[in-house]
Design a protein around this ligand. Structure first.
Ligand SMILES: Cc1ncc(COP(=O)(O)O)c(C=O)c1O
Length: 408
């Protein structure tokens, strides 16, 4: 069955505005069921969680429903799903609690391919504990982070390896199972940033070998919040700061204050919406999600190829996204054009892209792109051929403008 992008698009209220959105890696547009779930939860009746009243039980159900949906999405145990304000926030929390057991002589590995949210919390926690930070490089020519890059910095003192499941600029999808196996052989825990990855490929906490896997629902049609999943037995071993009267149960031990029920309901709705894109009609939600991701991936890859071919035809474009396995996100520069100017010029035509370092601070330094970064174009389940036409026309007009300028 072919992917019916027109039907998919009909569920996104924001698309009625006429914008062509290529800024999904920064945050996607949201389908109507998510909007309704958020509003419906706020409309209530809903109270603080508890067993005594209907509104209390409603809140309980929202929380249980959200953990169950995220568990299906992440291949995790619902009791190991921690909900939070953002991936960045959660990563600082986990880094602080893990670092309590680090001492001078211990080592922490971060990668040059990662978004800063999976770098700085570890660097700062290591500094506070007196531990040493080691950097796993990637190959700027190929945009690949291979297991050899990790082997070069792993030692018997490595306590943690933080690595991305997909770069939010280059799209590179490293071989996380091999990286995790190497880290485990060295006795280290593995913290995987799945924020970009989960928007494009079905995550698999258990199968990937990750000890922690993070995602942010606003990257796949949900509300603005973050999640980290781990085995409940691992969470049991950790003792984060918490209030005295709040429960010590896992995963609640890590969730400070009252949970955002409306965002949790919106997250469940986002996952159910994704599952509804499954063309195979599978019986359980995880299988439907697998079918949906495969269908969306094929659709996005076809559109990505169109954009790549157009960029390959230009003599002024350098495409930095080159890894063999990568998402449908392209990061490129146009000779003589500041990324922010391209961003603004396309914005004039109601084509939304991203520009700059996109918080991929280390990758940009490694590629020699500095703080200026590059132009980022990302595809989402709602992107269609007419969006791509508009993007390519906008880029072509820039090209013509630059050649005219050069000749003048
Ligand atoms: C790959 C990646 N990791 C982490 C983050 C940070 O996520 P959050 O905004 O939930 O803190 C982002 C956000 O853009 C991202 O793209």
């Amino acid at each position: 069955m072919t992917y019916d992008v027109a039907a998919v698009r009909s569920h996104y209220p924001a698309l009625a505005g006429g914008e062509a959105f290529f800024d999904g890696p920064g945050g996607t547009q949201v389908p109507r069921p998510v909007v309704q779930a958020v509003a419906g939860t706020l409309a209530g009746p809903v109270s603080n969680r508890g067993p005594l009243t209907r509104p209390q039980r409603a809140a309980d159900q929202v929380v249980a429903g959200c953990r169950s949906a995220l568990a299906d999405l992440l291949g995790a145990d619902p009791e190991g799903v921690v909900f939070g304000r953002s991936m960045t926030d959660l990563t600082y929390d986990v880094a602080r609690v893990l670092a309590r057991s680090w001492a001078p002589g211990d080592e922490v590995v971060v990668s040059r391919l990662d978004h800063d949210a999976n770098v700085r919390p570890w660097v700062q926690a290591a500094e506070a504990a007196g531990a040493t930070v080691r950097w796993a490089d990637f190959d700027p020519e190929t945009a690949e982070l291979h297991p050899e890059h990790l082997h070069a910095v792993l030692t018997g003192r490595t306590r943690l390896v933080a690595v991305t499941a997909a770069s939010n600029v280059l799209g590179t999808v490293p071989d996380v199972p091999s990286l995790a196996a190497a880290a485990h052989d060295a006795g280290a825990l593995v913290y995987v940033d799945g924020v970009h990855h989960a928007a494009h490929a079905l995550p698999d906490l258990a199968g990937s070998g990750a000890d922690f896997y993070t995602c942010s629902p606003y990257k796949f049609g949900g509300p603005h919040c973050g999640v980290v999943a781990a085995a409940p037995s691992l969470l049991e071993e950790l003792r984060p700061d918490k209030l005295l009267p709040s429960t010590d149960r896992v995963p609640e031990r890590f969730e400070l204050g009252t949970l955002p029920y409306e965002l949790m309901a919106g997250t469940t709705a986002a996952i159910d919406f994704l599952a509804s894109l499954d063309p195979t009609g599978a019986a359980d939600r995880r299988a439907r999600l697998a079918g949906a991701y495969a269908a969306v991936e094929a659709h996005e890859e076809r559109l990505r190829t169109r954009i790549e071919e157009a960029l390959a035809d230009r003599d002024d474009a350098i495409v930095w996204s080159r890894a063999a396995r990568r998402t449908s996100t392209l990061y490129f520069t146009l000779h003589g054009r500041a990324p922010a100017d391209v961003h603004a010029a396309l914005g004039e035509r109601d084509v939304s892209i991203s520009s700059g370092h996109c918080y991929a601070w280390e990758p940009c330094q490694r590629l020699g792109l500095g703080e200026t970064g590059a132009i980022r174009v990302g595809l989402a389940p709602y992107t269609d051929d007419s969006d791509v036409d508009r993007l390519l026309e906008g880029l072509a007009d820039l090209g013509r403008g630059s050649r005219r300028g050069a000749g003048a």
